[in-house]
Write a protein that binds this ligand. Structure first.
Ligand SMILES: [Zn+2]
Ligand SMILES: [Zn+2]
Length: 280
């Protein structure tokens, strides 16, 4: 492994939600950092999953904003932030996917490195209750207390949402309180990373993707982040030899010096099923 340009530096994680450990596990060895430390950043002002604060920034803008806040608070020049979103999976809209955006900014050089990672691994359950009947079964399905739960009544106003229940007894007390007040309650999986180990796992995968990106250095200037800019179609068909829409190469480029390199795919020919002439 070559020497990392980030070697010997410390990386601050702008977070309120305990993401430091999973990021440290991957990035400390990959980037030869001295350490990763959490910078408690009041990220809830940028919006929350549980909906008390509407999110107005895009995930990328929100992650950048968190980096900037953490840099201004500490002066540490290497900062990372993550932002998660949940929505239909790009390749199968019937499934929900978790996309994690990781933004790392080096405030010494003002360079930014970013990855998006989408995973079908999502732990999210919800159910509405008019009594405590069936609640115990739901708790098993929701994997409580390993995964956290929110209790609310649908309006999600800050005073009517319980986020911090740690055991079944506390959960039942709050549920009973809401039943007495409103006649119903909604239980819903907590998506905050430190209360949702499934999401934390996806953040770990995103960190690995970022490590791979940063370990890919430009052959011309050695800047990290030498990455695919676009695919070059035209892999020849195995039967007729005509160019197919499949990639014959990928164009990689460096954002720092502009150097570009075409990297051929390992396949010698395209499967005829993708050929526009053999298999229209
Ligand atoms: Zn370069
Ligand atoms: Zn063909």
């Amino acid at each position: 492994m070559g020497k990392s340009v980030f070697g010997g530096r410390q990386l601050g994680v702008a977070t309120q939600h305990g993401k430091g450990e999973v990021i440290a596990t991957v990035l400390v060895p990959a980037l030869q950092l001295t350490r990763v430390f959490e910078i408690p950043t009041p990220t809830d002002v940028l919006g929350t999953f549980s909906g008390e604060t509407e999110r107005v920034l895009s995930p990328v803008e929100a992650a950048r904003e968190k980096c900037r806040m953490a840099f201004e608070a500490t002066g540490n020049s290497l900062i990372i932030a993550s932002e998660g979103s949940f929505g239909p999976h790009p390749s199968n809209p019937y499934f929900t996917a978790n996309t994690e955006t990781l933004v790392l900014i080096d405030f010494d050089t003002t360079r930014e490195y970013m990855v998006h990672h989408t995973s079908p691994k999502v732990h999210w359950n919800t159910q509405t209750f008019q009594s405590l009947q069936g609640f115990a079964d739901f708790l098993k399905r929701a994997d409580f207390p390993r995964h956290g739960l929110l209790l609310h009544t649908g309006s999600k106003r800050a005073n009517e949402i319980f986020k911090e229940c740690r055991d079944v007894q506390e959960l039942e007390e709050k549920a009973t309180f809401l039943l007495n007040q409103q006649g119903l309650f909604i239980a819903e999986s907590d998506l905050r990373a430190f209360r949702n180990p499934t999401r934390m796992e996806v953040i770990g995968e995103a960190a690995q993707k970022l490590a791979n990106l940063l370990q890919a250095t430009c052959p011309n200037c050695t800047e990290p982040g030498f990455d695919v800019k676009r695919k070059i179609p035209g892999l020849n068909c195995a039967w007729c030899g005509m160019p197919s829409p499949l990639a014959k190469a990928y164009l990689k480029g460096c954002k720092a010096c502009g150097f570009e390199l075409e990297e051929a795919v390992p396949q010698k020919a395209a499967d005829p099923q993708y050929c526009l002439f053999c298999n229209p």
